[in-house]
Design a protein around this ligand. Structure first.
Ligand code: 13P
Ligand code: SF4
Length: 303
């Protein structure tokens, strides 16, 4: 922590000066998560928090689609991202043309797009969902068939619990698709008490091995509630690092997988971002307006 202290102090001082709020995703490293973020959470929490920001500036410590969502929901704020290259394999897997292709293939079926998409894809969709509400959003559609984009595994996991026919795009998360059910079974054989807790971007086979599956917030809440002796968080590495200090009685299993996009956000870049007021995330107003309807519909259904 000592090496981070000067950055943390400088960021927190500059934050006041700029009237900025730092929204931090659960995958941020501990020095960001505990040191400088004003709000931490999963994608749904951060989207809702973005609508409540009173200050002039939002610094999104997460990936680009999250910053776009903040801008879409609170357009009068200056939204900064400390590294424009903080993308997402899911967001990169589909364009608005892809959504049109799915609509042509399955006429009349509503399009539920994961928030891990660009503003253009959101604008081309009927409604958004996050990992926290995907099943409820799909169930709420007034149609027997629902198109989900772009995460095939989230879609398959929803389909396994839904009364609807779910058709989906062929996207995946490069972090969660690496976990295999075989590895989890092998681990459990030698650690029979381990609680396996997965994110729904994992394959259905991995989800079937898990004791609990949920959004990053769901995962944090589950560990706090159940206090397992040993927990394997089948998600991004920083999740365990961020809660390990609060739960010294829980042993967190290694290994884990890192999201190279989330890890582009560092204290140095946050300070640079606040200092230079860059890089600013802009969403074209016509796109933002349509995307806002899709995100707002999701938020209204999630209350
Ligand atoms: P959550 O909405 O569960 O935080 O997930 C976001 C994400 O990108 C997971 O990989
Ligand atoms: Fe995207 Fe996967 Fe990284 Fe989440 S963990 S931001 S879904 S690449």
């Amino acid at each position: 922590w000592a090496i981070h202290a000067p950055y943390v102090a400088a960021i927190n001082a500059l934050k006041q000066e700029r009237s900025a709020v730092i929204l931090g995703h659960n995958y941020m490293t501990p020095e960001i998560y505990h040191g400088v973020a004003d709000v931490v959470g999963d994608s749904l929490q951060l989207a809702i928090e973005a609508t409540r920001v009173q200050g002039d500036v939002i610094v999104q410590c997460g990936v680009h689609f999250m910053a776009e969502t903040s801008k879409i929901l609170n357009p009068s704020k200056t939204v900064l991202i400390p590294d424009m290259q903080a993308g997402c394999s899911l967001a990169e897997s589909i364009t608005a043309e892809g959504v049109a292709e799915m609509r042509a293939k399955y006429p009349g079926a509503p399009v539920v797009s994961y928030v891990n998409t660009t503003a253009e894809v959101k604008a081309a969709s009927d409604i958004c969902c996050t990992s926290a509400n995907a099943l409820a959003i799909v169930e709420a559609q007034d149609s027997d068939m629902v198109i989900m984009t772009p995460d095939k595994y989230l879609a398959q996991n929803v389909a396994n619990q839904s009364s609807k026919t779910v058709v989906y795009w062929d996207g995946s998360c490069i972090v969660h698709e690496l976990y295999t059910a075989e590895d989890l079974r092998a681990y459990r054989e030698y650690h029979p008490d381990v609680a396996i807790i997965a994110h729904p971007e994992c394959t259905p086979e991995v989800v079937a091995e898990a004791d609990y599956t949920g959004s990053t917030r769901g995962i944090v809440d589950w560990v706090h509630k159940h206090h397992p002796k040993e927990a394997m968080l089948v998600t991004e590495c920083s999740m365990a690092s961020n809660i390990a200090d609060e739960l010294p009685e829980v042993e967190f299993a290694k290994p884990c997988n890192m999201c190279p996009y989330m890890k582009k956000i560092t204290l140095e870049k946050i300070l640079w971002s606040l200092h230079t007021m860059s890089e600013e995330v802009i969403v074209a107003p016509q796109v933002a307006e349509k995307a806002r309807s899709a995100v707002q519909r999701m938020i209204d259904l999630s209350r």
